[in-house]
Ligand binder design. Sequence first.
Ligand SMILES: Nc1ncnc2c1ncn2[C@@H]1O[C@H](COP(=O)(O)OP(=O)(O)OP(=O)(O)O)[C@@H](O)[C@H]1O
Length: 359
Amino acid sequence: MTTLNLNATPQPQQASATQRPAPLLSISGLSKRYRRQDPLAVENVGFDLGNGEILALLGPSGCGKSTTLRMIAGFEHPESGDILLRGKSILDQPPQQRRIGIVFQDYALFPHMSLGQNVAFAMRHLPKAKRPARAREWLDMVGLADLAERMPDELSGGQQQRVALARTLAAEPQLVLLDEPFSNLDAALRESTRKEVRQLFKAAGTSVILVTHDQAEALSFADQVGVMHAGKLIQVDRPERVYQHPATAFVAEFLGHTNLLDANADGEIAQTALGPVAITPATSGQVRVSLRPEHLALATAPDGQGATVVEREFRGHDCFYLLEQHGQRFCAITPSHTLWQIGEQVSLEPQRTATVLQY
Ligand SMILES: Nc1ncnc2c1ncn2[C@@H]1O[C@H](COP(=O)(O)OP(=O)(O)OP(=O)(O)O)[C@@H](O)[C@H]1O
């Protein structure tokens, strides 16, 4: 288990090139506009992906995630920028030459072929005689070797998704792109499938880019999370860093509930509507900070003092509260062993360092 030191000095958003081995994929200044009258669908996007690394591109509908993926795959051509795979530009290569595997939402197995045939179909780089045995190995890797003779319509959605992955991996791609691959699965299956698929990629050492608008999926599946908004890549960092130290109010709010507080900073402390709060990075002047609801502690306050509980959502292991103090609203999440009722007076005590946001 990783213990987060929330008071530590923030690390740079991306480690410098000298600390990291040469990336598998390096994207710089990537922009795309579909029609002249439209705004840029993707604007000046850049990031690196290391060998065996999983990156999630996360953002709301229409922010440019799929367009970025389609440019990497070669289905769209960028207006500007470059895409380097193992140090060489692939912009002039057609999709089939890029050796990039893609898994879409509708995993589209060939309905008239057995699972074994579906997987073998992807292995055109191997002699025909070797394909069935190798197909079994890939199916074994996704835990479905016993079902090689079955037809796709004889499988559950999660099993079909695993076959689609086996088929993608069987082509031995340099990089795998996943476009919302779990969104057709029901909630319980989605969680278990994505856990299995992550283990599979890690075991195979596959480099992956996942596109999703589901923050829980991005945080649990990826080694790095890139948050996109209106065509721009706002922040790329480890999941715990983007959650604990969001760069902007948009990132903070897209990754979960937060308290956005206007504050007057003086070094490592800022004055806020909740009193003095420790902040990072140290700064001075008027700032806006993000304080997560689980970083606020509640305690019973005398009548007429503190905040009033306005809403309460009991969630089993914890409880989500909406509170009002001097006309301002705050949210808090506390363990459910102690519960406050709507209308009760509580004091709000910041427990952790708040993050100074960029405007
Ligand atoms: N073929 C197209 N022609 C014109 N505009 C397009 C085309 N494809 C996407 N767009 C526009 O480009 C922008 C980015 O779309 P994109 O599909 O990349 O977003 P996204 O983040 O993947 O969204 P979603 O999560 O809904 O798939 C949107 O404004 C969209 O309407």
